[in-house]
Write a protein that binds this ligand. Structure first.
Ligand SMILES: [Zn+2]
Length: 411
């Protein structure tokens, strides 16, 4: 395996040397391990991103797309965050990895209920340094060769069930949200007492008669959470750089559920609510583009970047009642969702850019799926996927002769 890794590194170095140094901060070091950064944007939806790209309102995303491979990410039936992030982690279906949704046998999904090792544990075991922040369903955190900060489904004060609320670091209960424990003080002093998930959506009874005020107040909260999260990511990339890094944002999806820019003819349209901040949802992506710009500052020629979403999000259909939704188990009058039985209707976003990734290639259809992330990342480190993996290495996103051989589709 060592020989193969060295050969792979050589290929990466060669390709990186030829690549235009658009994002390169440092020259490639052929003796270092490949660097991989995965950025998850929950519920990122091409229908909303495309107009923003046309209007040139997401310059950083546009640069990544031009310099990489992009397309739809095939998801599964009735997708939601814990379900799909656990597929990302294990390349196995929910029935096998144990995380079937937000609630598993009456309990909130958690790392304790995950039955298969996540791929970052395999990286960690062979000496690759790993860093995770705000990845859904990773609470309580477990030791890794690096750091881990939990995200969505972290439990805490006023968030006892951990369901889509935002406990702060100081409010966490029922397990650790940060590994190693020594990182807690560092984060509190350098970044602050930050929330570990996006804000809970307001309830229908709070909105009634106060729509404009509640919408604006909630969006202010979301902006603050994003600012603090960006500070956290920047702090981690600067002070604790790792070979493999996985960061996730959740506010985009949360906003889309109840502030999707729907029209008067869409199910659930309420002018008092939906005319208040028509751009609230697209604005989340414009804000994300700045986060992406910060992350790009930390890339070198040796880094492969994956930008992914677990699913998209679409307005409710004619036959659905906006009061009878199942998304997020909340009481907010949602007008868009993603847990449609046909997951092909809400594919996620997939974008990759790196030393060995094709440039300006747009994949047609749904050739790659959420099962394929883990085997593809392991392949970059020269690791053969375990037999429990149902996905394949996305060989079509790489330049010829790279990376490795295992491309057999199983799922
Ligand atoms: Zn959602």
């Amino acid at each position: 395996m060592l020989g193969k890794s060295i050969a792979l590194l050589g290929l990466l170095a060669l390709a990186a040397g030829l690549a235009e140094p658009l994002f390169a901060q440092n020259p490639i070091n052929p003796h270092s391990k490949p660097r991989v950064i995965v950025v998850g944007v929950n519920g990122a939806e091409w229908d909303i991103l495309r107009p923003l790209l046309v209007r040139k309102q997401m310059p950083n995303l546009a640069r990544v797309i031009e310099n990489g491979v992009s397309g739809k990410f095939k998801t599964v039936s009735a997708p939601n965050c814990p379900k799909i992030y656990s597929i990302f982690a294990t390349s196995a279906p929910p029935a096998e990895n144990g995380i079937t949704g937000f609630i598993v046998n009456g309990d909130t999904a958690s790392s304790r209920l995950l039955r298969l090792p996540p791929f970052w544990a395999q990286l960690s075991d062979i000496g690759v340094t790993v860093g995770l922040a705000n990845v859904p369903a990773t609470f309580p955190v477990v030791p890794v060769n690096g750091y881990m900060i939990s995200g969505m489904l972290t439990r805490g004060t006023n968030c006892e069930d951990g369901l889509l609320c935002s406990p702060k670091l100081s409010q966490v209960q029922g397990g650790d949200a940060v590994y190693p424990p020594s990182l807690v003080n560092e984060i509190e002093s350098k970044v602050g007492d930050l929330p570990l998930d996006c804000a809970r959506m307001p309830q229908a009874r709070d909105l009634r008669g106060h729509e404009e005020m509640v919408v604006r107040h909630w969006l202010d909260d979301v902006s603050q959470i994003r600012a603090q999260q960006m500070k956290l990511f920047d702090f981690l990339l600067t002070n604790h750089p790792t070979d493999f890094t996985f960061f996730v944002q959740s506010c985009e999806d949360r906003t889309g559920h109840w502030l999707y820019p729907i029209q008067p003819f869409n199910v659930g349209y309420d002018p008092k609510l939906h005319a208040v901040a028509v751009d609230a949802f697209p604005d989340q992506y414009i804000a994300f583009d700045k986060v992406l710009g910060m992350i790009l500052q930390h890339l070198d020629a040796n880094t492969t970047l994956f930008l992914i979403s677990d699913h998209g999000i679409k307005p409710l259909r004619d036959m659905e009642s906006h009061m009878a939704h199942r998304d997020h188990a909340g009481t907010t009058p949602i007008i868009a969702k993603h847990d449609f039985d046909d997951g092909d209707d809400v594919p996620g976003v997939f974008i990759a850019m790196g030393p060995n990734i094709k440039k300006n290639v747009h994949l047609i259809g749904l050739p790659i799926s959420v099962f394929d992330l883990a085997p593809t990342i392991l392949s970059l480190y020269g690791i053969q996927p375990p037999t429990s993996f149902r996905g394949r290495v996305m060989s079509e996103i790489f330049e010829a002769n790279s990376p490795p051989e295992n491309t057999s589709p199983v799922h």
